[in-house]
Write a protein that binds this ligand. Structure first.
Ligand SMILES: [Zn+2]
Length: 246
């Protein structure tokens, strides 16, 4: 049995048995891993503090022929606001469920790991809705499932003025190609600027996140629909958020 040391972000945890958990960690070294954490729900377990969703940890993992087991874990960083505020928790959970569902195990993509590490502080402290949409937009760019925001998916011309955004076709369709009718979502210049700002958002900036709430609502609707279309399923975290909303 080989033991490896990894750094990772906890994407999900599922309880099993009286005191155990299956933990999904996106690691810097090995990509996404699903590992068993035995007895971690016992108060005196050395793992109990570290094995919590959203924690950034370093861990020692024993790799068995069928099952990997986490032996030791230490918290590098944790984000107390994420679990203290239901809105923040919901949006952070959506981003984490998207990453969990759209990545394959044991395929290492360090950009995905870096995105998780960089997004956690803004999910914890800034506008959680905008923080989640920025993170999902950047993640879609990394996975290659991004909608084409800039040019028409049919004729290739740069989009100017109002156009359509058509999820079935993978992005923007210009007015020439739709003969002036809206196909899918109406795609205004403001909405296009919002997606561009998400994509190029600098996680290191100290500036407050400031976007128009109307554009944010539309961008959310489009991004969530797009992700769920790709996955071919509704996300539990998105349904949970909908239940919270009036
Ligand atoms: Zn066109």
């Amino acid at each position: 049995m080989e033991t490896v040391n990894v750094e990772g972000v906890i994407l999900n945890t599922t309880n099993f048995g009286n005191s155990n958990r299956v933990v999904t960690i996106y690691t810097k070294e090995l990509g996404k891993l699903e590992v068993n954490a035995y007895s971690c729900r016992k108060a005196r377990s050395p793992l109990s503090g570290a094995i919590q969703m959203f924690n950034h940890i370093c861990a020692e993992i024993s790799q068995g022929p069928h099952v990997d087991t986490i032996r030791d874990a230490e918290v590098i960083n944790f984000f107390p606001n994420l679990t203290a505020d239901i809105d923040r928790l919901s949006y952070a959970s959506i981003f984490f469920e998207v990453v969990n569902k759209m990545t394959l195990p044991k395929i290492c993509e360090v950009e995905v790991y870096n995105l998780l590490v960089e997004s956690l502080p803004i999910l914890d402290k800034k506008n959680p809705q905008v923080a989640a949409l920025i993170s999902i937009t950047k993640f879609m760019e990394l996975t290659g499932f991004q909608l084409n925001f800039e040019s028409c998916v049919r004729c290739g011309k740069k989009i100017l003025g109002t156009a359509s955004l058509c999820l079935d076709e993978g992005g923007a369709v210009c007015e020439n190609c739709t003969h002036g009718a809206v196909k899918g979502y109406s795609y205004s210049e403001n909405l296009r600027a919002t997606f561009e700002n998400f994509l190029h958002y600098d996680f290191q900036t100290t500036k407050e996140i400031n976007f128009s709430s109307r554009q944010i609502q539309t961008a959310e609707k489009i991004l969530f629909r797009h992700v769920q279309n790709i996955l071919g399923q509704e996300l539990r975290s998105i349904n949970f958020l909908r239940q919270l909303q009036p």
